[in-house]
Ligand binder design. Structure first.
Ligand code: GLU
Length: 547
């Protein structure tokens, strides 16, 4: 067979050569050991936690080594693409702070190794497709859907592996005449790889995360170009990662089964194989067993979920780091204030089996991260969140910034800062008592008579003085307690509760409920200072009217 002739027939318009492309995309001028890597997501409209895990791993590997991280949009599957998905993708990754040095962006592409969107690279793939055909390493296949289905049925009936291989590879060795006859009839074709592998052969392979693997050779003649001339993931991966000079491919381990084919393809194309970093899946506990997080069942897989709940980006980042590198938490304890990027991230420490995602732990981490922020910082992030997800609250927050900041400053800054808020969604219930419109109506414990509550509140109104310090304030609460025959001796009360009609804690709760509407609140003395005398007392008066 005259392969060069076949190549010219199949790709008459391809005049560029691999050599020209090598020149156009020369080896990068990167320091020794620099990791050149990429995020290569498909724009499906759904950006998930796994994308972020992959993204942060790539980002750390690149930037820790003085290398490059770029964003390549893998949009070869037009059927899966939803309108606006590329924008969603770029904006979501941006929200999570992944810094790309080059690649696709909202203002077009930047960098010398583009285009960075695969559908714009068709001409490039065809150069290599033509080369493979001319060397007898790829061939056109005119099988119809029906023929492929029939082949599959036969294989299933014979209990054989399904796929286009060996004697089933119908177009592998067809003559030029057969091929040209199909072409002149205008029949569609795909380009297939001519595999020289055998499943009898195995070889060793070293993956950065998975370690030493024993791999069985691929014997399937996989599709390289679909009938519309657009490449499959496999072919695009080899061509793009070679020409973009990727040194490390960080991707999900769902690609491991096709790795043997990828290795073969790089060899056939004469490309140096990059290093592979195959990341295990994210799992969750479901009852007593672990399972992969699923798009259908688990809303917490979508990154939009974390944004809407109001997890600060820093908290998600912090949590993912604890998930990926088991020594991160120790490092954080030793370096509580250092930027997370000071940590020496190691892809080798990733769990080859994947990681158990623990929502409760994320919430804990987030509480910690927020508790360490300044009130100003919390205000800015909360406002940004509210502007998108709770316009009414955003309005209140921005109407009086100093007031909001003083609320957020309660219990902040000390050795043991308060940890009331894990997500911005919780800020409104927490802060609501400071805004008259969000104030709840108190429901007093029915154990106590209305009369008792009223007496306490009236006495309190009579002696409250905003100039008191917190201990003078509390002394007054204690004196009211004694006046109504409740006890201030909590020890005695605990030993024999039946001996007392109530305690100083109950008295404080009446006042707290009258002022805040709630049985729980930050330090009541401070709350009243922030509300001011007039509003505090007006609230108590209002409650008195309803008693
Ligand atoms: N588009 C592929 C995916 O989203 C990329 C895998 C890779 O990083 O090579 O799974």
């Amino acid at each position: 067979m005259d392969y060069q002739r076949l190549a010219d027939i199949l790709f008459p318009n391809v005049t560029d050569t691999p050599e020209m492309l090598e020149e156009r995309f020369p080896a990068r001028n990167a320091p020794e050991g620099a990791v050149i890597t990429r995020m290569a997501p498909s724009p499906t409209g759904f950006v998930h936690l796994g994308n972020l895990v992959q993204g942060l791993t790539s980002e750390r590997m690149a930037h820790q080594s003085g290398g490059v991280l770029f964003l390549r949009v893998e949009d070869t599957d037009a059927k899966r693409e939803v309108p606006g998905a590329v924008e969603v993708l770029i904006n979501t990754l941006k929200h999570y702070g992944i810094q790309f040095d080059e690649g696709a962006s909202m203002d077009g592409d930047n960098g010398n190794y583009g285009p960075y969107r695969q559908r714009q690279r068709a001409a490039i793939y065809h150069v290599y497709a033509k080369k493979l055909v001319s060397e007898g390493k790829a061939y056109p296949c005119f099988c119809t859907e029906e023929e492929l289905a029939a082949m599959r049925q036969t294989q299933e009936a014979n209990k054989e592996t399904t796929g286009y291989y060996g004697k089933y590879a119908m177009w592998r060795d067809r003559s030029l005449e057969d091929i040209t006859a199909q072409l002149s009839a205008g029949n569609p074709w795909v380009l297939r790889f001519r595999s020289t592998g055998s499943i009898e052969n195995q070889f060793k392979f070293d993956d950065v995360v998975k370690g030493k693997l024993t791999i069985t050779e691929n014997d399937v003649d996989h599709v390289l170009l679909k009938s519309d001339g657009i490449p499959t993931y496999h072919f695009a991966h080899a061509v793009d990662d070679h020409l973009m000079r990727t040194t490390h491919v960080v991707r999900g381990d769902e690609w491991l089964p096709t790795l043997p084919f990828h290795i073969q393809l790089f060899q056939a194309l004469g490309f140096k194989l990059p290093k592979y970093v195959h990341i295990g899946p994210l799992m969750k506990m479901d009852g007593n067993s672990k399972r992969k997080l699923s798009k259908r069942k688990d809303p917490e897989l979508a990154l939009t979920f974390y944004k809407a709940e109001g997890f600060p980006v820093a908290a998600v980042y912090e949590y993912i780091m604890t998930l990926l590198n088991s020594n991160y938490e120790d490092w954080r304890r030793a370096n509580p204030d250092a930027p997370a990027t000071d940590f020496k991230f190691s892809p080798k420490k990733l769990n080859p089996a994947g990681n158990l995602f623990d929502y409760a732990k994320l919430t804990d981490v987030s509480k910690n991260v927020i508790s360490k922020m300044s009130a100003e910082e919390v205000y800015a992030l909360l406002l940004e969140w509210a502007q998108e997800f709770d316009a009414d609250f955003a309005e209140k927050l921005s109407a009086d910034k100093d007031y909001a900041v003083s609320i957020l400053a309660i219990g902040r800054g000390g050795k043991k800062p308060r940890k009331d808020i894990a997500v911005w969604k919780e800020a409104k219930p927490y802060m609501g008592l400071f805004y008259d419109e969000y104030l709840q109506t108190p429901v007093f414990d029915e154990k106590f008579s209305k009369e008792t509550v009223r007496t306490v509140l009236e006495k309190f109104l009579a002696i409250y003085d905003p100039a008191d310090d917190s201990s003078a304030w509390f002394d007054k609460v204690k004196s009211i307690t004694e006046e109504i025959g409740f006890t201030t001796d909590m020890k005695a009360y605990k030993a024999d509760p039946a001996a007392f009609p109530g305690t100083v804690a109950d008295v404080s709760t009446f006042i707290r409920q009258a002022v805040t509407g709630q049985t729980n609140s930050p330090d009541l003395y401070t709350v009243m200072q922030i509300l001011g005398k007039e509003r505090s007392l007006a609230r108590i008066n209002e409650v008195l009217k309803s008693l």
